[in-house]
Design a binder for this molecule. Sequence first.
Ligand code: PLP
Length: 475
Amino acid sequence: MLYLSTRGDPSRKHFCEILLEGLAPDGGLYLPAHYPQVDEATLSKWRAIYQDQGYAALAFEVLSLYIDDIPPADLKALCDKTYTEAVFGTKDIVPLKELEDHFYLEALSNGPTLAFKDMAMQLLGNLFEYELARRGEQLNILGATSGDTGSAAEYAMRGKKGVRVFMTSPHGRMSPFQQAQMFSLMDDNIHNIAIEGVFDDCQDIVKAVSNDLDFKRKYRIGTVNSINWARLLAQVVYYFAGYFQATRTNSETVSFTVPSGNFGNICAGHVARMMGLPVQKLVAATNENDVLDEFFRTGIYRVRSSADTHETSSPSMDISKASNFERFVFDLLGRDGARVKALFGEALSQNGRFDLSADPLFKDAATRYGFVSGKSTHADRLATIRDTWQRFALMIDTHTADGVKVAREHLTPGVPMIVLETALPIKFAETIVEALGCEPDRPLRFEGIEALPKRVQVMPADADAIKRLIVENCG
Ligand SMILES: *Cc1c(COP(=O)(O)O)cnc(C)c1O
């Protein structure tokens, strides 16, 4: 399998060449040159493999179609090492919970940091360690986080050989639970940096350091953000696993609803569907930051300013633009790289928007690719959390609540609807208390983590100071 850029660059690369990279050199995102097709016989085989051998074996089947530069035995070992009951809490890894007839939650958030990002990041940690050892190289991951991504990255990279993590976060602005999760890590290769500033200051520091190309090369600076193809690929697997659990035969179709921000999760659903998974609808659920809902309703993609980006009670979906959206638009426009470049490289940077409403291809988003969308507000979240608690005695987190609310607007009789559960309620306790008047359940292993010793350095919002810190630790 070879990979290409969404902006038309003619070069083609193998999986391990793009594994440690972010954007393609022309500013585009990497996608496979084609989507391998899963026919009926393969789907049956995978169903049996998943049932008999479990999630790791299914992951190996899916990944094998996209990775031809890691020997199969090694790839198998990486999958087996990643998707274990010890790490993901259950033998099923992504169990379905049936709420009502034909209405399910797929549990993706029982990993180390209780959000779905662990599903991909845990694999990424093992892939990075493997590939860096093979090359005899080291990597310094520099990131900015306001919560889920940073902790998932740290728990995936802790103790990994060849990898150091420098994670910036806005000082005092994460929830006590999130701070405890990250700052209680004592591993030598994990560096928590609390920046005196807001999240944007953290992002600016990462950009400033990455834009210093000499420094970036000399100190091998990398990232693990959501545009990384390996992360997206890892997520494709649980769409298959959800389908196999909700159906008994391959003649059945299902729909998925995905609480969406940067469009990484649902883009993996798009890839699964392009491979031939029988998916009717892919429902993008947004919060008040409705960039994606607006596009699927109107054909207009309009990036928001930071003043126009709301802080909500489903904060991991608070985005001003959807970083992975370009991947879908590339497919929607018949893989026309020149056009994608004109839209994302030019129109968007000049006008902050583009408009496909008059393009006949726009209607394909729904009719051909199954995409529909909806929006959920703080009041909707509270009502949905309450309703789910009262009717099913089940506590759901705020992001999952956005999904459940929007999913109900897109049901088709007889077609199972699977809502992806993207986090556990304990991560967003304040809103749970507001909705239910009681504290959320806390998994046993997180009892008392707020009281653990913390390892974090507070630093000014100054890129040079961060560079010095990296240099000192690269000894
Ligand atoms: C990251 C995140 C999302 C959004 O996922 P995208 O891949 O960015 O669309 C939704 N819910 C939670 C809890 C998350 O951490």
